[in-house]
Design a protein around this ligand. Structure first.
Ligand SMILES: Nc1ncnc2c1ncn2[C@@H]1O[C@H](COP(=O)(O)OP(=O)(O)OP(=O)(O)O)[C@@H](O)[C@H]1O
Length: 856
């Protein structure tokens, strides 16, 4: 623009000035240059004044606005944008100012004279206006004194009067506002307003800031304000910040420690008083520390000065920084080192860096530690939780196991009860009891595959054929009980004992061992070693038991025990208890009334104790025929029968008990072709097979409840007739060899045993004779003898002279009650002969039982 170009010294022209300039240039057209300059100066003054007025107004509005916000009552008397006059008028009574000051600094003006009080006084008093002016003045005076105490900007009371400086009033209010806002923001660092500076806030601000209950600004607080004429230096700001930060670190940590000391932050009832008290303590401690540290620092600095003589300002600051770092690292020993060396820059440079790093590391480690603590706590809780869950689970499992235990024990009880009930039923039926025993592998034998696959608790045994597959490979057999290879002699006897004991009650009992050669028959019946009581078999244990019980019952029953021991070898019965070596053949007489013995001619040796039995056994074993075969070197090729006769007399009733216990160790049941025997051995094997076949026939006939039982087909069945067919208690131990090579024999043995188990002999009967029966029997026997005598006499008479006969016919005679057959003999009536003729007729019966071993 051309006008601008006409103003060579002017680089910038304000719009206002420009406007005026336009006017000026217009008038310049009419006036000279001097008048133009004057006009320009006056315009500048005017502009400045205008601006000042605007600025003053703007500041006044700001002050008014703030006063209205701070004092609710102010809005009625103080407008938002008051004129200078309105502003002064509204504040003149000091009421708004006092109220606001009390909000900024509670309790700063203790007594504030209210509008209503003043107005009332004015109405009541004739000197109303004068009185109210005095009251207002009191407000103003109190306000100004309080502001002065706070070292804030102040003004004169007259500044609110006409002609006074309202700008001073505005300055005071805005200063108060700035201070208030600084306080609200936490009061940290430096606050300044014009020439008024507050360097930092000490405890009082903290407590007031936290509690809002600061009552009076005390000397300590007031002293924190510095009135500076110029700007605040950077150093001062730094110092103030450092101080504030130190206080934060120290004060708050100390406060926290006190709170914790007071029984835990959570439990402490926090109120203003508590905080105030704690903060006061913090400040006191902090002041004490400052004092002591100041003294220490003083010593340190003086020492540096003394040691080094003259230090530049920079070196001095470095020494202080070093000191601070050392202090920061909290290593007191390092601090003393530093003091000793006087804080020389070069020697300690390394330490400074080291210390700074150290602090950093410690900080980082502390943070890590906090994290770890947190994780540890979390973990601890989690572990606790898991632990309690485990505890619950364990308790649950414990209960479960207990209930299972109970169930299993009651299951076993029920199983045992079932077994005993079953046995009772079997006894009532008179069924032959069958126990199966599996022989273990012998030392030196292949300990390979066993044919016994499984042994059940309820008398089942599963035999497996390893050469077959699928269903056919396995077969289950059921007996009264199955003893595994681990069964001891004692366990075997425990199940046999009740049967043995019933011999003492007058029962006939037969226990016989069946099985192929080498399957363990002799082991079960006699045991491997006579000398070792532990391994004694059923025979010795049974006799020991009988002696034991008979001793126990000695007061009630008088027992006599006698033993016979015979051997059936090649269908000949031989006495094993002969000591003279005579090899006499013995006859068998069933149902013989003589002594009640089947083999009456065999030695019956009374025994009183176990030792007697052992001595006899030795003789018996010596006499027993033992031959070696390919299958078992020690194989006995005969059946041995140990018969224990028990006769008991009841000492009270005088009744007689007669019990008989047959303990039979049969010869091996294997097929003859397998033994590879020839000559004498072949003959033995054939006899053994024949007798076992006869046993099979008897069992088969008994099983079918056949009217004729072919006992007389072999000496063995004849000897055992009373025990198999009579009302006896019979137990068979069936033995098996677990080797795969013996599988065929094992199967046929088990089939035979299963068949035996089905036989029902009828309930066993005790051979108990009361005294009366015995007397009657004796009477019958006497009559029989008398009859026999008479018969002899009759024969003599028949063959005698007729005269005597005629005379005897004439003479009266007693008639025999037993008429004899005219042409029969007494022999034809003998039961064994009847039996024999019946047996001969029905020898075909033995063809049954295809399941039985070949010899059966
Ligand atoms: N349960 C067992 N525990 C340990 N060894 C046993 C068992 N049963 C048998 N034996 C052993 O097996 C071998 C043959 O046993 P044992 O003589 O009793 O058979 P066996 O059937 O009587 O034979 P045989 O028909 O020839 O008389 C013996 O050495 C015996 O000690």
């Amino acid at each position: 623009m051309p006008q601008h170009e006409t103003l060579p010294n002017s680089n910038f022209i304000s719009p206002l000035k420009r406007g005026l300039n336009l006017k000026g240039s217009a008038s310049a057209c009419n006036n000279n240059e001097a008048s133009f300059t004057v006009t320009e100066d006056s315009i500048n003054d005017h502009e400045l004044a205008q601006r000042k007025t605007e600025e003053a107004a703007s500041r006044r509005y700001e002050a008014a606005d703030w006063l209205r916000q701070m004092d609710n009552g102010a809005s009625s008397s103080l407008s938002k944008e008051p004129s200078e006059e309105e502003f002064c008028l509204a504040l003149r009574n000091g009421l708004i100012l006092c109220n606001v000051l009390n909000r900024v600094n509670p309790g700063a003006v203790v007594k504030v004279v209210d509008n209503a009080v003043v107005d009332n006084l004015a109405i009541q008093s004739s000197e109303g206006p004068a009185q109210s002016a005095i009251q207002y003045f009191e407000n103003m005076r109190n306000f100004l004194e309080a502001v002065n105490d706070m070292k804030l900007l102040t003004f004169e009371a007259s500044d609110l009067e006409k002609g006074g400086s309202s700008s001073k009033v505005v300055d005071c209010i805005l200063c108060l506002k700035g201070y208030y806002e600084w306080k609200l923001s936490g009061g940290v660092g430096v606050w300044r307003y014009g020439g008024t500076v507050r360097i930092t806030s000490f405890p009082k601000w903290s407590s007031s800031n936290i509690l809002g209950t600061e009552s009076v600004v005390d000397e300590t607080e007031s002293s924190q304000f510095l009135h500076l004429s110029g700007e605040v230096s950077v150093e001062e700001t730094k110092a103030a910040n450092a101080l504030a930060s130190v206080f934060d670190q120290f004060g708050l940590k100390l406060l926290l420690a006190y709170l914790k000391e007071a029984g835990g932050v959570d439990d402490l009832p926090l109120n203003a008083m508590v905080i105030d008290t704690l903060l006061r303590k913090v400040v006191k401690d902090f002041s004490a520390l400052l004092d002591s540290q100041g003294t220490q620092l003083g010593h340190f600095l003086k020492k540096i000065l003394n040691n080094t003589g003259c230090l530049s300002k920079r070196e001095f600051i470095e020494a202080i920084t070093l000191y601070l770092n050392q202090r920061h690292s909290l290593a007191s020993n390092e601090f003393s080192k530093l003091c000793t060396c006087g804080g020389k820059r070069d020697s300690n440079q390394h330490n400074v860096n080291y210390s700074a790093n150290h602090v950093e590391i410690i900080d980082a480690q502390q943070k890590e530690l906090e994290k770890l603590k947190y994780f540890y706590e979390e973990m601890r809780l989690e572990v606790k939780h898991i632990q309690s869950k485990w505890d619950q689970e364990l308790r649950r499992l414990e209960n479960h196991i207990k209930s299972l235990e109970e169930a299993s024990s009651s299951y076993h009880k029920v199983l045992e009860e079932n077994r005993s009930l079953y046995n009772q039923v079997q006894d009532l039926k008179g069924a032959i009891r069958v126990y199966c025993r599996v022989r273990p592998f012998l030392p030196g034998q292949s300990n390979g595959q066993s044919t016994v696959d499984y042994i059940g608790e309820n008398g089942n045994i599963m035999i497996m054929n390893p050469l077959k597959e699928g269903k056919d490979a396995r077969r289950v057999f059921s007996f009264n009980k199955v003893f595994a290879t681990s069964a001891t002699q004692e366990q075997i006897y425990a199940d046999t004992q009740p049967l043995v004991r019933s011999a003492l009650d007058g029962y006939n009992v037969c226990i016989f061992a069946y099985g192929q050669t080498g399957s363990g028959k002799t082991y079960t019946m006699s045991g491997p070693d006579l000398m070792t009581e532990e391994t004694w078999g059923v025979n010795y244990r049974a006799l020991r038991d009988l002696f034991h019980i008979s001793k126990e019952r000695a007061d009630a029953v008088k027992y006599e025990v006698g033993v016979q021991m015979i051997e059936i070898y090649n269908e000949q019965v031989r006495d094993l208890l002969v000591s003279d070596g005579s090899n006499r053949r013995l006859d068998i007489r069933n149902n013989s009334q003589l002594n009640g013995l089947n083999v009456p001619d065999a030695s019956l040796v009374p025994v009183n104790c176990t030792q007697d039995v052992l001595d006899l056994m030795k003789i018996g074993q010596k006499n027993r025929a033992v031959g070696a075969t390919a299958l078992n070197e020690r194989s006995s090729r005969s059946h041995s029968v140990l018969t224990v006769h028990v006769r008991g007399r009841d000492l009270v009733s005088n009744s007689i008990l007669k019990g008989c216990l047959h303990l039979v160790d049969l010869a091996g049941s294997e097929r003859v072709d397998k033994s590879e025997a020839v000559g004498e051995r072949l003959k033995e094997a054939q006899h053994i097979n024949k007798s076992l076949s006869a046993l099979g026939d008897v069992i088969s006939a008994l099983a079918q409840k056949s009217p004729h039982i072919p006992y007389r087909n072999s000496k063995l069945t004849q000897v055992l007739q009373d025990s198999l067919g009579g009302h006896a208690k019979t137990l068979m131990f069936v033995h098996i060899n677990p080797e795969v090579t013996a599988l065929g024999e094992t199967i046929s043995t088990l089939k035979f045993a299963e068949r035996v188990a089905t036989i029902e002999l009828g309930a066993a009967q005790s051979n108990k004779e009361t005294g009366e029966i015995r007397e009657l029997k004796e009477e019958i026997s006497n009559i029989k003898s008398a009859l026999e005598r008479k018969e002899t006499e009759l024969q003599q008479w028949k063959a005698g002279n007729a005269r005597n006969a005629i005379e005897s016919q004439k003479a009266p005679r007693a008639v025999s009650p037993f008429r004899l057959p005219k042409n029969g003999t007494s022999d034809s009536m003998r039961p064994e002969n009847c039996q024999r003729s019946m047996d001969d007729r029905s020898s075909e019966v033995s063809k049954e039982g295809q399941d039985f071993p070949q010899h059966l």
